[in-house]
Design a protein around this ligand. Structure first.
Ligand SMILES: C[S@@+](CC[C@H](N)C(=O)[O-])C[C@H]1O[C@@H](n2cnc3c(N)ncnc32)[C@H](O)[C@@H]1O
Length: 339
């Protein structure tokens, strides 16, 4: 009992800009954080445990129990947000047990979360995060029976209390394509009416805004720094530097198995830069390896994280021994924008 109270009240570790609790999110959010940070959190960025049919290393609730559990966080989150704050939640797909049928659970969970009357949230926008390097799964249906294709994306839901939460897409521009750069150089554009009905004026595409506006389909891939970024028309490639980063090296050196469901750091940085300013407070209540806290620190935001498992909290601490956090190199890692 005393141990539980200590976990709720005191973070396990601190950094220059943040702190990490080792406790159940429901406990800390309804006690210590409610007291300290009500109305002050600009962004809650998190990937909760997914609604799986098989239990993962950190255990997951299932079915209706899962829906009620996650939707119960909506008022706790809403209370912590600033009036123009945002919630960004990543959730993967789920499959029915024993048959090649996709589960409606993630969608039902979203509905229950957004429609929780005590929270008053709206869905600002849905993002799709495609990871082409995902191993074929669900293995039984994709690899063995070959009757489904690889499940390769997660849903990211951006929600807020306000219709107009703080957001600025100019802070997360993607690099211009070669043809767009050429257009800026030549200043010549084929203006006129398009079959879609859009009327493109003489100067529509001639002004250089420093990059083009991001779409809501994101793609994670390893980027070869010697090559131009691949820019398909409907997706943006964010680099997945995961396996070569400081956290992985530090885990390897200490013989620690890295967290099995990490968020790509570029993805976290993208939402942090899009929806917050330096100095704002970012919260991750299901922090895992604390990608959110690390990216908040890199980008000069304050942060608070909560993780239930002690071993994950311990390994997440390794992220903050990264020297990049203490040098100008931190400016390099900016979601959506190559600096
Ligand atoms: C999908 S993982 C998050 C991964 C994280 N985004 C990262 O990049 O490493 C979900 C995490 O939530 C933790 N968790 C599950 N239930 C929790 C609870 N009630 N309170 C706090 N953390 C919890 C799990 O231990 C797991 O590490």
């Amino acid at each position: 009992m005393i141990e539980e109270r200590r976990k709720r009240n005191y973070p396990k570790y601190y950094t220059r800009l943040g702190c990490c609790y080792n406790a159940n999110a429901e406990d800390v959010l309804s006690t210590t954080l409610k007291r300290k940070y009500s109305g002050q959190v600009q962004l809650i960025l998190t990937s909760p445990p997914f609604p799986l049919n098989q239990k993962k290393q950190y255990g997951n609730l299932q079915g209706q129990e899962y829906i009620e559990w996650l939707a119960g966080f909506a008022p706790l989150f809403a209370r912590l947000l600033t009036p123009d704050g945002s919630i960004v939640m990543e959730l993967g797909n789920a499959w029915e047990k024993g048959s090649p049928v996709q589960s409606l659970l993630p969608m039902k969970t979203l509905l229950a979360f957004v429609e929780n009357q005590e929270a008053g949230l709206k869905l600002c926008q849905e993002f799709i995060c495609h990871n082409p390097a995902r191993l074929p799964s669900p293995a039984q249906w994709v690899n063995i029976e070959r009757c489904r294709v690889t499940d390769s994306y997660t849903h990211i839901w951006w929600m807020a209390k306000s219709d107009r939460p703080k957001a600025d897409n100019r802070k997360v521009l993607r690099p211009y394509s070669k043809s767009m750069e050429h257009l800026h150089d030549t200043q010549q554009y084929n203006a006129g009416k398009r079959p879609s009905g859009h009327n493109i004026s003489e100067s529509s595409f001639l002004i250089n805004h420093g990059g083009s506006i991001m779409p809501n389909a994101l793609e994670i891939e390893s980027i070869d720094p010697t090559k131009d970024p691949r820019l398909p028309s409907n997706a943006f490639s964010i680099s997945n530097t995961n396996s070569a980063d400081h956290y992985h090296r530090a885990c390897r050196e200490q013989d620690i198995l890295p967290h099995p469901a990490r968020m790509a750091p570029e993805l976290a940085s993208f939402f942090i830069n899009f929806l917050t300013d330096p100095g704002d407070l970012v919260l991750d209540p299901f922090a895992g390896s604390n990608t959110t806290g690390y990216c908040a620190e890199l980008n000069g935001r304050q942060w608070v994280s909560i993780e239930a498992r002690e071993d994950y909290v311990k390994q997440s601490r390794l992220r903050f021994t990264d020297l990049d956090l203490h040098t100008d190199k931190r400016k390099r890692i900016k979601g959506g924008k190559k600096e």
